[in-house]
Design a protein around this ligand. Structure first.
Ligand code: HAM
Length: 422
């Protein structure tokens, strides 16, 4: 019997890992440059946390969560489908508000959603993202968007489209839901089954429909920004003004509603036309009501975003943006030319490694020729070659595998040379 990875999950193999590490290192350095610190939370949480945060009527909670009950008397647990709920849970649990007025955290995390797998959509996938907790001001929204854009810009991703909308406050959304229902009611029979279901539960999500037959209807729907309260309208304008100041271009998308219910005011998404159906590279927004939903006595304003790793990698592969990222390679391969040199080679490799030099040595007792072939395959910069004669003289051959240049040196000289050049 041969086992296979589960549908919708993927192995990330050693020859591809450099791409992940390249992005992760870049992303970490940008988050930290913006003053964010890493947070790691458990992979599973109480199911109720996600139900309450993301919303009962969302696709995620309705049909995509991996929930389980470890034993008959315990509560239901769920593999995290996103990070925002966990971060706010941790923020409240550890009273991070008492440490500073503003909490800025980032994460690189694997998540689980039981979606129909397709290109760019998996059941286990990775996100990087961040949450800025404690500021209700529009500069927080603008800074989060600028941070997200910096990541794509510094990675060189072309052709992205930033879409922006405001979902107002809870009252606005309540009024607008009714307005939208009234508008859609005469066309109810034209709606597809999914939209009919959303009509009752969450009509805003109909605006998200990709069904070509509904696009005309959606395009003429009343717009939520026409129902914003004054404070939300001013907030939205201020976010746009900051983005203009930063030189960030965006389009207002009246149909952008996002698939999670906790958003209020600003919502945004970065899309790439290169991705096909799953075109969202990342998205986020403000969620001022979430902490209260999770039991906070005081309201806690917050804004954040998260981005899919797999989709970013697909886009970067398409544009060949990994040329600056080098696969890991050893600095040196110790090559034994004779039987007597093998033992010396193994010991010398240990010595080099202790000195902090990435070193390979043959442990398959291969011929010298195939050891050198292996050094080239691995991309080693140097080979240190030892045969009978070298063992006796104490002078070993240091070969630069990039230039072909070769010299006989004492081991101490070789070490010095490699350390300087590492
Ligand atoms: P989200 O829009 O559900 O937002 O996910 C953010 C990004 O994760 C998406 O734009 C996409 O790139 C990636 N993604 C989502 N689902 C999948 C999947 N099944 N396979 C591959 N990639 C996927 C959130 O998760 C919010 N927590 C973002 C946020 C943070 N809002 C405020 N703070």
């Amino acid at each position: 019997m041969k086992f296979q990875s589960i549908k919708g999950t993927k192995d990330i193999l050693p020859h591809d890992i450099y791409k992940w590490r390249y992005i992760e290192e870049k992303v970490r350095s940008i988050f930290e440059r913006f003053g964010y610190r890493e947070i790691r939370t458990p992979i599973f949480e109480e199911t109720a946390l996600f139900r309450r945060s993301i919303g009962e009527t969302t696709d995620i909670v309705g049909k995509e969560m991996y929930s389980f009950q470890p034993d008959p008397d315990s509560e239901s647990l769920t593999l995290r489908p996103e990070m925002t709920a966990s971060v706010i849970r941790a923020y409240l649990q550890h009273n991070l508000a008492s440490q500073s007025a503003l909490t800025k955290v980032y994460y690189i995390a694997e998540l689980f959603r039981k979606e129909r797998p397709q290109a760019g959509r998996q059941r286990q996938f990775w996100q990087f993202g961040c949450e800025c907790i404690g500021s209700a001001e529009p500069e927080a929204d603008a800074e989060i968007i600028a941070l997200m854009m910096s990541i794509y810009q510094e990675l060189g991703v072309p052709n992205t489209v930033l879409r922006l909308n405001s979902l107002g406050d809870a009252h606005t959304r309540k009024v607008y839901r009714e307005v939208l229902r009234e508008y859609l009611r005469p066309h109810y029979d034209r709606l597809d089954d999914v939209s009919k279901e959303r009509f009752e539960k969450n009509p805003l999500r109909i605006l998200d429909s990709k069904n070509p037959d509904l696009q005309e209807l959606i395009a003429h729907a009343p717009r939520i920004i026409d129902y914003l309260d004054d404070a939300s309208r001013e907030h939205f304008q201020a976010v746009q003004d900051f983005l203009h100041d930063f030189g960030i271009t965006f389009t207002i998308d009246h149909c952008l509603v996002r698939g999670l219910d906790y958003y209020s005011r600003t919502a945004f998404e970065l899309q790439s036309p290169d991705l096909g159906a799953q075109n969202a590279l990342g998205g986020g927004g403000r969620y001022d009501g979430l902490a209260s939903l999770l039991g906070s006595e005081k309201p806690v304003p917050a804004v954040g975003f998260a981005s899919g790793m797999e989709r970013l990698i697909m886009t970067m592969e398409k544009y060949q943006l990994f040329s600056a990222a080098k696969p890991l390679a050893p600095t040196v391969m110790i090559v034994a030319q004779s039987e007597s040199a093998r033992r010396w080679a193994i010991g010398t490799a240990q010595l080099f490694r202790r000195e902090g030099i990435a070193t390979e040595v043959d442990i398959l007792r291969r011929s010298m020729k195939s050891q050198l072939r292996e050094a080239n395959r691995l991309g080693a910069k140097y080979a240190v070659i030892a045969g009978e004669q070298e063992m006796q003289s104490g002078h070993f051959q240091l070969k630069n595998l990039m230039t072909g240049e070769q010299r006989a040196l004492l081991l101490s000289e070789i070490l010095e040379h490699i350390k300087v050049d590492k």
